[in-house]
Ligand binder design. Structure first.
Ligand SMILES: Cc1cc2nc3c(=O)[nH]c(=O)nc-3n(C[C@H](O)[C@H](O)[C@H](O)COP(=O)(O)OP(=O)(O)OC[C@H]3O[C@@H](n4cnc5c(N)ncnc54)[C@H](O)[C@@H]3O)c2cc1C
Length: 494
């Protein structure tokens, strides 16, 4: 059993720091929570797209959706549109919806493949939020039970941290402005206190390292090794720039367009468009990457592009002694599926119950936490690699290399299970369910080699009718919804 954690100190006031402080203060009212941040250093200021789990966090924190959207210039996100990933000129959606039965005689994708009939449209037309996205429609959910689809948000990352900060301070979090310049260690190697540039010291029992890429405690102080994923995910730079809205409706989805040596994101916020070009410097120099980004903006840039450098991977352990790393301090996978904020939330979702159950978590709890976080990084890594390794593009070195690279065993097994038997294998700690995996396989034109004989229980005519009906129903449901702009305006006026 370790020593009791009563005083929690959060280092860093970016998205991770303020999410952690707000959640900890809400869930653990008997603890003291203090956050130290440095305006001089600032926050990374990117991270505009999220995952539906964020709505659970907001529910637990009692956040009102309209207030949050107003404060963060937020919009709704139904998923991601991938352009040019398999070959140039093609696109597909990965949205937060379901694609019917995934196995058995009613297996939707199985019948779709078996019929192989162009008049049925795309598999995406069998998924309600993909239809909504392609039509630019949006509507909130009548209830959280039996929901026909799920959704997330886009927001301004800097405004989100400010929004959470206000909430955290209301919930009793103490904020200290200051730069941490040194760390006082405990005899067992843990952290006893943080020394600030002005001479003050912050003592604590548990330290949450949310210091961003500098990983002040987990990396610089405790030297926890970094597990490098860059041989699978070679992107290591991003240019980010906001641009003027282009006068068209705000898209209720993120767009990810594959480019020569990476991909570009486009995110509609209510006041501007967020853009970025994530690329591998091994294949493209920074200046050309900047030009490629600026060339494909829909509107005038509103600032000078900003360059960010990173390495994909994670700390071997995210919880070491009395330090838990969250956010960029614990690791980073490229932002293709908007999973960083989700991983912060997931870390908190596992940490908080441990702290609620035991005032002094021991080695077993810490190991369990670390295993879980490692698995999540690995599962999401595999899912992101899937977007690359199935490409049919051979027009530049990056695409040729990712199409032939050796895959992690866990992913190779999944690809084998899908190709041989049409099985969407799921491991423990998956971040993405089988419907998401199917959306990428289908979007990339990657199908099993054989049809399941069980599908013969339905005649071709019956299967065709079922698919046509589902497609027509979703088209009608989406067409009856307001446009995303109109719905958002209504919510913001509440
Ligand atoms: C190009 C790019 C695009 C991204 N897009 C997405 C996305 O779409 N969706 C998503 O979920 N995530 C995305 N992310 C990740 C996302 O930006 C982060 O997960 C999120 O913003 C959390 O950042 P953070 O709080 O860990 O770090 P930061 O925002 O960097 O905050 C670090 C904090 O630590 C403080 N600090 C550092 N050193 C000290 C010190 N010595 N003393 C005191 N304070 C200190 C800083 O002042 C700051 O307050 C993206 C990341 C990149 C690089």
């Amino acid at each position: 059993m370790g020593s009791a954690y009563k005083r929690i100190v959060v280092v860093g006031g970016g998205t991770a720091g303020w999410m952690a402080a707000t959640a900890l203060a809400t869930a653990l009212p008997a603890h003291t929570v203090e956050l130290v941040e440095s305006e001089e250093i600032g926050v990374i200021g990117v991270g505009e797209a999220t995952f539906p789990a964020i709505r659970n966090l907001h529910r637990l924190l009692g956040i009102d959706e309209a207030e949050f959207l107003r404060a963060t210039q937020g919009t709704y996100k139904l998923g991601i549109e991938f352009r040019d990933w398999r070959v140039r000129g093609e696109h597909y959606f990965h949205t937060f919806g379901d694609l019917g039965d995934l196995s058995g005689p009613d297996c939707l994708w199985g019948h779709f493949r078996r019929l192989d009939d162009a008049s049925l449209g795309t598999l995406g037309e069998q998924c309600l939020p993909s239809v909504m996205a392609s039509m630019g429609r949006f509507q909130g959910l009548a209830s959280e039970e039996n929901k026909p689809f799920n959704y997330a948000y886009h927001f301004d990352a800097v405004l989100y941290a400010v929004f959470l900060r206000k909430l955290a301070l209301q919930r009793g979090v103490r904020r200290t402005e200051g730069r941490v310049v040194d760390v006082r260690r405990r005899a067992d190697g843990g952290v006893a206190g943080l020394k600030l540039a002005d001479g003050r010291e912050l003592a604590g029992d548990l330290f949450i390292d949310c210091s961003g890429f500098s990983a002040l405690l987990l990396g610089r102080t405790l030297n926890e090794p970094f597990i490098d994923f860059s041989h699978w995910l070679p992107v290591d730079r991003a240019w980010a720039v906001p641009s003027e809205p282009d006068g068209t409706d705000m898209t209720p989805y993120t767009r990810a367009t594959a480019l020569e040596a990476g991909w570009a994101w486009r995110i509609s916020l209510s006041s501007r468009i967020g853009n970025g070009h994530v690329f591998a410097s091994r294949y493209l120099d920074e200046e050309r990457a900047r030009e490629q980004l600026l060339r494909q903006l829909d509107g005038r840039p509103l600032a000078e592009p900003r360059l960010l450098r990173f390495t994909t991977g994670h700390r071997q352990r995210c919880w070491v002694h009395n330090v838990v790393g969250l956010g960029l301090a614990s690791g980073f996978l490229e932002p293709l599926e908007s999973t960083s904020i989700f991983l912060i939330q997931s870390g908190l979702g596992h940490l908080i119950p441990v702290l609620q159950e035991s005032p002094a978590p021991g080695a077993a709890e810490i190991e369990h936490y670390n295993t879980g976080m490692t698995r999540q990084f690995e599962r999401i890594r595999d899912f992101i690699i899937l977007h690359y390794c199935l490409t049919a593009r051979r027009d530049s070195a990056l695409w040729r290399d990712v199409a032939s690279m050796e895959l992690p065993e866990t992913l190779a097994f999944k690809l084998h299970a899908w190709r041989q038997a049409g099985v969407l294998h799921q491991y423990a700690w998956e971040g993405f369910d089988a419907h998401s995996w199917l959306a990428i396989h289908a979007g990339m034109g990657h199908w099993p080699e054989r049809a399941d004989p069980g599908l013969e229980e339905l005649t071709r005519a019956e299967a065709s009718q079922a698919l046509r009906q589902r497609r027509a129903r979703f088209a009608a449901v989406a067409a009856a919804m307001p446009s995303h702009d109109a719905y958002l305006r209504r919510v913001l006026a509440r």
